[in-house]
Design a protein around this ligand. Structure first.
Ligand SMILES: [Zn+2]
Length: 420
């Protein structure tokens, strides 16, 4: 369903679509893929192209020391807290054309349209393209957003990519000064609100047959690494009742996680074991050691904590039953973050005016918005993507849906930054 709104768009759909497809050519792989790792040559080329467009739109632009690109539209009151709109243009190694890019280019289209219509915001608006949201190259993402809020780990700049290049050197090559990072940090009090438009990366909107959705919150990810240690033995001779088979233990835990997260069929909880290593990994050897990852997400922190405890109890019971030692390491633990009610309301008001019935949905994937939520009120708009596919060259969103999302972003921004 494409609502009638398409022929009443305020934004310039042709300009926006052209930019989305031009940017997709930078780091293009195959017909529709994108390879634009953070701080790479392709990344720089893409970001410079976006900067040219920002300049063209009359924004005051700058690269900061984290490798972020920022374009500012001045407001009537320059000292008022900033309204920030952003996302990222770095990609996965085998990524798609829309992930991140539409949020940056959509934000740019919003301020360019405001300029062209002489709509002056009460407070400054900044369009930001965050560096290294994806985290593929150095193994840890959300770099630019954590950076501007002073939330980098102490060893963050020593992380290396697969060629041994440190993040510090990659930043220098890009033109940043890693010794001046603090100069690019924001005082959270200077940030008033943050909005991000992103492709959904899931199947909900397509199933509902609607172009866009309003996000209620971002599920908090809990990442664990679990190691079970048993005892290796000959697969032909050790009787079953005398075995300490670590893989048997892992299998029971994998299955239990799947059951635990489905306790409430109406809840959006998800749990995944996506990586598993077996040692010594031989056909005729009873597995001695198994290491596997757990990814557990929920919008309800209390429920997630409860499921985590059930999982931990299960691990202890299984280890006891099979005679295994176990270790649990916590890699990431982000609390879920609800979007600001007023921003959601503002988006609903805008979508009502546009004649759309827009559903509210949760985000399973995390975005820079999850970090920005610690500093200011935030909201997100999702754009339908085909079959929910993302992090894949097959990722696809129509120009029409992106334009409708951008129009909603524009109307919301006007609601939030102008007094009339
Ligand atoms: Zn993204």
């Amino acid at each position: 369903m494409i609502p009638v709104i398409l022929d009443q768009l305020t934004i310039n759909k042709a300009r926006l679509s052209e930019r989305v497809h031009k940017l997709a050519k930078v780091g293009k792989i195959g017909e529709t893929g994108v390879y634009r790792l953070a701080l790479s040559e392709e990344y720089k080329e893409g970001l410079e192209l976006v900067r040219e467009w920002m300049d063209e739109a009359g924004l005051k632009t700058r690269f900061d020391h984290f490798g972020n690109l920022i374009g500012q539209l001045e407001g009537k009151n320059p000292d008022e807290p900033i309204h920030m709109i952003g996302s990222h243009i770095d990609s996965q190694p085998y990524g798609g054309r829309f992930d991140g890019s539409i949020g940056v280019l959509g934000g740019l289209e919003v301020v360019q349209t405001m300029q062209e219509n002489n709509i002056i915001p009460d407070r400054p608006i900044e369009i930001i393209s965050f560096c290294d949201e994806e985290g593929h190259r150095f193994g840890k993402g959300l770099f630019g957003s954590r950076g501007i809020l002073g939330k980098l780990d102490p060893d963050e700049l020593d992380r290396t990519d697969k060629d041994g290049v440190t993040r510090k050197d990659a930043l220098k090559t890009f033109g940043c000064d890693p010794n001046q990072l603090h100069k690019s940090e924001y005082d959270p009090a200077s940030l008033g609100s943050y909005i991000e438009m992103h492709i959904e990366q899931g199947p909900y909107l397509e199933a509902k047959d609607v172009p866009v959705g309003i996000v209620s919150g971002i599920a908090g990810p809990l990442w664990l690494t679990i190691e079970l240690t048993g005892f290796a033995g000959h697969a032909g001779s050790v009787p079953m009742h005398l075995r300490n088979d670590a893989l048997l233990g892992a299998s029971k835990i994998v299955t239990a996680l799947n059951e635990i997260v489905k306790t409430d069929p109406d809840a959006p909880t998800v749990g995944t074991v996506g990586n598993l290593e077996v040692f010594p990994n031989g056909r005729s050897i009873i597995p001695e050691r198994v290491r596997f990852t757990v990814d557990l997400r929920d919008i309800d922190k209390e429920r997630r904590d409860q499921y985590e405890q059930q999982l931990r109890d299960c691990i202890a019971n299984v280890a006891n039953e099979i005679g295994l030692q176990y270790k649990i390491k916590e890699d990431t633990n982000n609390a879920p973050k609800y979007c600001n009610e007023e921003i959601i309301h503002s988006m609903q008001k805008a979508s009502d005016r546009m004649g759309m019935d827009v559903p509210i949905l949760m985000s399973g994937p995390f975005h820079d918005a999850l970090i920005m939520a610690d500093a200011c009120d935030y909201g997100m708009i999702f754009v339908r993507c085909k079959d929910g596919i993302s992090h894949n060259p097959m990722e696809y969103a129509t120009d029409e849906d992106i334009s409708i999302g951008t129009e909603l972003l524009l109307q919301t921004t006007i609601n939030m930054t102008t007094s009339n």
